[in-house]
Write a protein that binds this ligand. Structure first.
Ligand SMILES: C[S@@+](CC[C@H](N)C(=O)[O-])C[C@H]1O[C@@H](n2cnc3c(N)ncnc32)[C@H](O)[C@@H]1O
Length: 387
């Protein structure tokens, strides 16, 4: 008999509104094993579609299709082809970008990033974990990568009862891969770098920020210098600040490799550094704030908002009139309106007037799925300080 899960009317409504997740509290009956692809049935027996089933996560079901037919290998091939074909049409000016963005590509809980000739993937549910052999085979067939690395050392896997694991699924994967973003070259560590190696979601925001960058630039939470490297050719002096010693060492190496001697990298806590710069009367013409997700869950939102308010207030005080602040939040628990409100409060507290020049989001290779608010996680506002 086919595995199946019966869900409550509230789950049916949620799925009809475009969401792909069904929570444990809306599950009425389970006839399935962990990681199965199941038929999802309404309380009156109506077929709602097919989904990945997890017996551990609060997200019990992740919808794959509204169709009733069982999902064969051709289904996974089609989904991967659609995701890959979309990126090909974007004509991305980089050799590192996202090929599969989970829910955004109707491949929930699967991430696949391309780094040159290599792929780095993340499997974030019991269902995708079970499908890894098929998915690996299809990715090899469609893209002929030299190697595929599973960076399955992410914390969210614990919610699925999956252990952290980093392993090669195909070919060989070296400790360092050379990639290009526009004219900038990076050496990426796919084994230990943050996320899958780079923050690919900011690529288009880095390009957008180039239009405004000038003078003295302060790149806060700089990681390997993504913004610093792109904006440096337009600036006289660049200070990049990150708390990670490894990231700071890599900025220095990347700056030398790309012939950008104006970049100085410092290992510091940005909260302390902003205080110090203010105390010492420093001023900048361009500031980037790209912190990690301060709100990892709903409970941490108030504290996160206080953090966003604090760094934005200090950055606006450090900014010369006429200067540009590129300010970001990658917490999906803080929506665009709330983030805008926090930035507004920071401007009010700093006694400055600010124009919103651009409201931006994650790059197009990280598509948002309407109906799944969690898939819109990165907000990036480009602001101009007036008086
Ligand atoms: C979202 S990433 C930044 C990505 C980067 N802007 C880019 O374009 O590649 C956040 C970075 O903040 C760093 N970080 C986290 N907490 C920090 C803190 N309190 N002070 C300084 N850096 C911090 C992390 O090491 C990480 O590199």
């Amino acid at each position: 008999m086919q595995p199946s899960v019966v869900v409550a009317p509230r789950a049916e409504q949620r799925v009809e509104a475009g969401h792909l997740w069904i929570y444990k509290s809306d599950v009425l009956e389970v006839r399935a094993e962990p990681g199965d692809v199941v038929a999802v049935l309404g309380a009156r027996g109506r077929t709602i579609g097919r989904a990945l089933y997890s017996d551990r996560s609060q997200i019990t079901l992740r919808l794959l299709s509204h169709a009733a037919d069982p999902l064969d290998e051709a289904f996974w091939r089609r989904r991967l082809e659609q995701a890959i074909g979309y990126r090909a049409r974007l004509a991305i000016d980089a050799t590192a970008f996202r090929l599969v963005h989970a829910e955004g590509d109707l491949l929930p809980s699967l991430i696949v990033d391309r780094y040159g000739d290599y792929l780095v993937l993340q499997s974030l549910s019991q269902g995708v974990e079970r499908l890894l052999p098929i998915l690996t085979r299809l990715l090899v067939d469609l893209l002929a990568p030299r190697g595929i690395l599973a960076r399955n050392d992410v914390k969210v896997r614990a919610l699925e009862g999956l252990e952290p694991r980093v392993e090669v699924l195909h070919g060989d994967v070296p400790p360092s891969i050379a990639v290009r973003e526009g004219p900038i070259e990076y050496d990426v560590d796919p084994w230990k770098g943050q996320k899958t190696g780079l923050f690919l979601d900011q690529r288009e925001n880095r390009v957008a920020a180039m239009d405004y960058a000038r003078g003295r630039l302060l790149d806060c939470f700089s990681y390997q210098g993504g913004f610093a490297m792109r904006l440096a050719p337009r600036c006289d002096e660049v200070a990049a600040v990150d708390i990670s010693a490894d990231a700071v060492a890599r900025i220095a190496a990347n700056a030398a490799r790309n012939g950008l001697p104006q970049i100085q990298a410092r290992e510091a806590n940005v909260f302390d550094e902003l205080h110090r710069l203010e105390r010492e009367g420093e001023r900048f013409d361009t500031i980037v704030l790209d912190p990690p997700a301060f709100a990892k869950n709903k409970a941490s939102v108030p504290r996160a908002l206080a953090g966003y308010r604090d760094i934005n207030l200090r950055a606006l005080r450090l900014l010369n009139p006429g200067g540009t602040l590129v300010t970001c939040s990658c917490s999906y628990n803080v929506d665009e309106a709330t983030f805008g409100q926090v930035v507004h409060e920071a401007a009010t507290d700093a006694l400055v007037h600010v124009n919103v020049v651009e409201k931006r989001m994650q790059a197009r290779d990280h598509p948002v799925l309407l109906g799944v608010p969690e898939s819109y996680y990165l907000k990036c506002f480009i602001l101009r300080r007036l008086a």
